[in-house]
Design a protein around this ligand. Structure first.
Ligand SMILES: CCCCCCCC(=O)CC(=O)SCCNC(=O)CCNC(=O)[C@H](O)C(C)(C)COP(=O)(O)OP(=O)(O)OC[C@H]1O[C@@H](n2cnc3c(N)ncnc32)[C@H](O)[C@@H]1OP(=O)(O)O
Ligand SMILES: NC(=O)C1=CN([C@@H]2O[C@H](COP(=O)(O)OP(=O)(O)OC[C@H]3O[C@@H](n4cnc5c(N)ncnc54)[C@H](O)[C@@H]3O)[C@@H](O)[C@H]2O)C=CC1
Length: 288
């Protein structure tokens, strides 16, 4: 069986991941519609996409014509009903199971084609729980991108227990041929392959800072200069968003009961205090 063609793509949530995905799809020539949580968010997401395309033109990564063509491919709205004609929808709202299941229930009602792929870029929520709130669990799958989406080449493909083989095939074809990314397949276990390894490392870095063992700067210098990582763990978490880091740590701890996955108190307090990293201007570092 050959993969079904995906031409019209939908995105729910135009934040860090959804926005990056929309930009990538548009640059690769797909028709993209992004649904935000409200009109004000949609306007912000649209403005961010334009800034990002402009930056790519200034850096001579793309031409002004390519940026204009990509811009013309993307539209923004605030109603999930606008995704009715999509061949694939990527859910990229915040890492909260209640919010995500509500989105999947609505997508199941509004996305017309029974053959459309309903995908989530969740980092750690079991895909089976999102699949089970729909009437078409066979078409639900995890398509987990890495941040920044336009830059990092990996996508984890995560079929749930009830995902059809054709859904896996369609998703792999879209990601590899359509978006020119590399795929790693993972079972539906919290953290998949990469985060199951990354989370203990990142949370251990917080514990080092929390206990006074080393400063954030020294931990980051150690890993960039000593291990050639592109950025240290504290700066990376500021980029990911500390709310996402805490939610993913919680999900892994709930699944495995392994203390290395448990969010340290400093992380929880920072999230309580709105110190979420780059997106709020302050995390382990100050961005104001
Ligand atoms: C408990 C933990 C739980 C975690 C759970 C949530 C997380 C997940 O589920 C999965 C994840 O995504 S984990 C995070 C994975 N990401 C990384 O590890 C990023 C590591 N850092 C980097 O790759 C570079 O520092 C980076 C590319 C960011 C920046 O590179 P540089 O420092 O060299 O800076 P630039 O020279 O400005 O950029 C290099 C090239 O990348 C382009 N770029 C950067 N940011 C971009 C963005 N946001 N969108 C589009 N393009 C972007 C930049 O333009 C440049 O390209 P060239 O000009 O062609 O070189
Ligand atoms: N931040 C990261 O580095 C990575 C995050 N992820 C996953 O991607 C997902 C999104 O994360 P981020 O982009 O970081 O979050 P974010 O907070 O940057 O973006 C979430 C967006 O969804 C919007 N939103 C919330 N509820 C909505 C609704 N009901 N309808 C429409 N839009 C809604 C918010 O307004 C926001 O713009 C999460 O599941 C996260 O685990 C996956 C890989 C990396």
């Amino acid at each position: 069986m050959t993969a079904r063609e995906i031409r019209r793509v939908g995105v729910v949530g135009g934040g860090l991941m959804g926005g990056g995905f929309a930009e990538l799809c548009a640059l690769r020539g797909f028709d993209v519609h992004v649904v935000a949580s409200g009109p004000a968010s949609a306007a912000r997401d649209h403005a961010r996409l334009l800034r990002s395309l402009e930056k790519s033109v200034t850096k001579q990564k793309i031409t002004a014509e390519q940026a204009a063509a990509a811009e013309a491919k993307v539209s923004f709205g605030a109603d999930l009903g606008e995704l009715a004609d999509r061949d694939l929808v990527l859910e990229a709202v915040r890492e909260d199971e209640t919010v995500k299941t509500a989105v999947f229930q609505t997508l199941d009602k509004v996305v017309r084609a029974e053959t459309a792929v309903l995908a989530s870029t969740t980092s750690a929520i079991p895909l089976i729980r999102l699949a089970k709130v729909t009437e078409r669990p066979g078409r639900v799958i995890g398509v987990h991108f890495f941040n920044p989406v336009p830059v990092l080449p990996l996508v984890e493909i995560v079929p749930a227990l009830l995902t059809d083989d054709s859904t896996v095939e369609d998703s792999v074809e879209f990601v590899t041929t359509g978006l020119a990314k590399e795929v790693v397949r993972s079972p539906d276990r919290a953290g998949f392959v990469v985060n199951a390894l990354l989370v203990p490392y990142l949370l251990s870095a917080i514990r080092m800072v929390e206990s006074g063992f080393a400063s954030a700067e020294d931990v980051d210098r150690g890993m960039t200069l000593g291990c050639a990582h592109p950025m240290g763990p504290l700066r990376l978490m500021d980029m990911i968003g500390l709310d996402v880091v805490a939610a993913v740590g919680d999900a892994l701890y709930a699944e495995y009961h392994e203390p290395l996955y448990a969010p340290p108190p400093l992380l929880t307090r920072m999230v309580d205090g709105g110190l979420l990293g780059r997106k709020t201007g302050r995390g382990f570092y100050d961005y104001s």
